[in-house]
Design a protein around this ligand. Structure first.
Ligand code: NAP
Length: 276
């Protein structure tokens, strides 16, 4: 896998990283990738004018998705067919840089999300990167979740469930209600209040579309899979949302800036930051 410097791609790559024979990254490689995928600082800017008001929220949200060259998000109802081993490793690395993984009920069920558990190697790198030992799940659900989901029954810490008043969620979850209906934008400060400030959203498209409409996505880590799907993919990356129409009132389409570019064979791993 190669790391490129955005803005100077033609100048060549900066580093080449390979998996070890054991199928892991070395500690040095992990730290190099962690630096390439670092979250924006949530601390006050030491160079800022002390009289200026800091309007930034105390959380930030990054989405992590994989898509085909034409933006399809699923093959046969799942995203797994598009990824690679390196993509899975980067997904794990991104989880370990985050405080919490936000995910829609549809994805937790379709992808059979496992319990969140402490694994010594991963806990060690999380500690190295200043995180708690375990990223918790935060599942968005407007209906009661099945009580036997592995993400609920096998997790070392109860998953948050973002839901609405009066919706009974299973025992073993920590419910966050956003009022009479589910409001993912309103859930973000409630997660931050619970110390979950680096929020990694893993989709799916319905949830990501809702977050994009509310302009809550600060960064997008997008893996580009070298394939075209057309209508063979039943789900575009933002679900059924017409974001262009949504943004028209604000003066036009979103702009995003490339901040990280990695390549593994024909797969590209990009990270874009929203320009506001
Ligand atoms: N390409 C990728 O990177 C990627 C990533 C993730 C998933 N996927 C794929 O996408 C598919 C699932 O996507 P999806 O769009 O159907 O599901 P999703 O976004 O994971 O979840 C949708 C469900 O989450 C709940 N939800 C999400 N936002 C909500 C809101 N604002 N208000 C209320 N409830 C909300 C609802 O659950 P209730 O049923 O409780 O109402 C809704 O039915 C799967 O095939 C999965 O493999 C692909």
């Amino acid at each position: 896998m190669q790391i490129f410097r955005p803005g100077s791609v033609t100048a060549g790559h900066l580093s080449t990283i390979s998996l070890t024979d054991a199928g892991t990254f070395t500690t040095d490689a992990e730290d190099l990738l962690a630096a390439a995928m670092a979250w924006p600082s949530l601390e006050p800017d030491p160079n800022a004018n002390p009289d200026a008001v800091d309007n930034r929220p105390p959380w930030t949200l990054r989405a992590n998705m994989i898509g085909s060259l034409d933006g399809g998000a699923t093959i046969d109802g799942r995203s797994a067919g598009m990824g690679t081993l390196i993509d899975q490793k980067l997904m794990g690395l991104q989880r370990d840089l985050a405080d919490v993984v936000l995910v829609g009920a549809g994805t937790v069920i379709a992808e059979n999300y496992p319990g969140a558990k402490v694994y010594p190697r991963r806990a060690a790198r999380r500690r190295r990167w200043g995180r708690s030992e375990l990223p918790r799940w935060a599942i968005v659900a407007s209906r009661p979740l099945p009580a036997d989901l592995p993400a609920i029954v096998d997790s070392a810490e109860p998953p948050f469930v973002i839901t609405a008043d009066g919706v009974d969620q299973p025992a073993g979850t920590e419910v966050i209600s956003t009022g009479s209906s589910v409001d993912v934008g309103a859930a973000l400060p409630l997660l931050a209040d619970r110390g979950q400030r680096r929020i990694l959203c893993e989709g799916g498209p319905t949830l990501l579309g809702q977050l994009a409409v509310g302009d809550h996505v600060d960064e997008l880590s997008l893996t580009i899979a070298p394939t075209l799907l057309g209508t063979g993919s039943t789900t575009p990356m933002l679900g059924g949302v017409d974001l262009l129409a949504q943004r028209a009132a604000d003066g036009g389409a979103d702009r995003w800036r490339l901040v990280t570019l990695l390549a593994d064979g024909d797969h590209l791993f990009t990270r874009y930051r929203r320009e506001r």
